[in-house]
Design a protein around this ligand. Structure first.
Ligand SMILES: [Fe+2]
Ligand SMILES: [Fe+2]
Length: 180
């Protein structure tokens, strides 16, 4: 049910690699454009999980009291996992937004960019990339498997449609062309 989300993880991962290459080139404008796009892609992904996946999991598990099994977790386990993932999301969006703003300022300046400031921006982005690895692993190996165990088939379709709609809903300024 969560294929689009897994595919999105891989695409965001590729965008980080393109970002590192841009840092190596040393241009503030290119770094800003890639960071801005990365932020937008992660934002719609996070929104899809917040608006569709997490509420559906919480509601479905709340109606199933008990200890849980390997496939179908107990309500407390679902709540704890969702809370943890949300904290990660807050960190990702806060740090990336900070990095985007700093890169925008740097790109607006004349002359070659200040290397020290570029390194600071890279540090913020790599803290996000590092925490994202474990976050995505937990989602793919655990949380993304739960809908099939917990949620009725008819409702799964609604959740899936909501997720797809959300991750395709990028801000209009990105509809023309994505930086690569
Ligand atoms: Fe997530
Ligand atoms: Fe995710």
């Amino acid at each position: 049910m969560t294929d689009p989300l897994v595919g999105d993880h891989a695409e965001v991962d590729a965008l980080f690699h393109s970002l590192w290459r841009e840092f190596d080139r040393g241009g503030a404008r290119g770094v800003f454009e890639r960071l801005d796009y990365l932020w937008a892609r992660l934002a719609v992904h996070v929104r899809a999980e917040h608006l569709h996946l997490f509420p559906a999991l919480l509601a479905a598990s709340a109606g199933r009291p008990g200890e849980g099994t390997d496939d179908a977790p107990a309500p407390g386990e679902v709540r704890a996992a969702v809370e943890h993932l949300r904290e990660d999301h807050d960190f990702f969006m806060r740090e990336l937004a900070g990095a985007v703003n700093a890169a925008r300022e740097l790109a607006a300046q004349d002359g070659p960019p200040d290397r020290e400031r570029l390194l600071q921006i890279r540090g913020r982005a790599s803290a996000v990339a590092e925490r994202l690895v474990e976050h995505n692993r937990v989602e793919e190996e655990q949380v993304y498997l739960w809908p099939d165990a917990l949620i009725a088939r008819a409702e799964l379709d609604t959740v899936r449609a909501g997720v797809r709609r959300e991750i395709e809903n990028l801000p209009p300024r990105f509809s023309e062309r994505a930086p690569r």
